[in-house]
Design a protein around this ligand. Sequence first.
Ligand code: 13P
Length: 338
Amino acid sequence: MNIDKLERTAEAMVAKGRGILAADESNATIKKRFDTVNVINTEENRREYRDLLFNTPNMESYISAVIFFDETIHQSTEKGIKFTELLVSKNVIPGIKVDKGTKPLINFDNETITEGLDGLDERMVEYGKIGARFAKWRAVINIDDVLPSKFAVEANAHALARYAAICQKNNIVPIVEPEVLMDGAHTIERCEEVTNVVLEETFKALQSHKIHLPGIVLKPNMIIPGKLCKTQATPEEVATATVRCLLRNVPTSVPGIAFLSGGQSPEEATANLDAMNKIGDHPWVLTFSYGRALQATAISSWQGKDENRTAGQDAFLLRAKCNSAASLGDYDFSMESA
Ligand code: 13P
């Protein structure tokens, strides 16, 4: 394990004023996004769309790293340049989603376990050869009045830690993503209670597996009410609860925390991150690793039409720029119309 390399990569992924683009939608997930604008989900359309994102002029000012899906990491631009090479030439770090998605956790109703550990060491070697410097694994925690079970939290934390160990052995930085879902009617208090348990268990497992914490990036949910909760929260409330939960559970040796957006609107995800950074300095960098919140407006502006390519890039760049400002606590709503 090359500790130095891991630490340098992790620090670069959360470099001041930059964040991570999660462009690692599986083919089934990108289909859902394409369906909203009637784009057919073909390999070439997926390539064209990712080509639009990665070729956005100046995105590298705001984006430190991109998470690929397996198909995309092997694809190239129109001119035949590998996407990985294009990003490296822009000083953007390529990474890869390595989990194989969730499966029902047998004997535990409505709970899931993330699969993909079998053969992961061998896959990691191959991904390293084609340029991946970090990886991602997402654990999904369902939440309501009784869920999650202790067992589901422990099983997912264990899998995250085993994945992280395999990454670090291969000098690949693990993004550790335990996501407590926004689906449901739970309160912000319930989200904090569950996220406390999930993060505590995750770091317990990481430490048991001797993970080098300065060589990881944590990707958690924010502390936020469920989508169906009648009482929604202000950015200040989300920020206070999220920072409190992180201070309680995340060791200061972790260099950075890059949030998922999880179904928040693009503006909400930006305002919430900004409010956290407006509180002041924290022991870790707080930035973004958004999928939907960076891409939703790009997809709706593009609509699969060549003539809308620039409009799609402009929409993506605006979100990247606003979130970069939010990662510094410098966002203002007037930036949305600039
Ligand atoms: P969202 O920001 O759309 O939640 O996606 C982030 C991600 O990588 C989910 O694994």
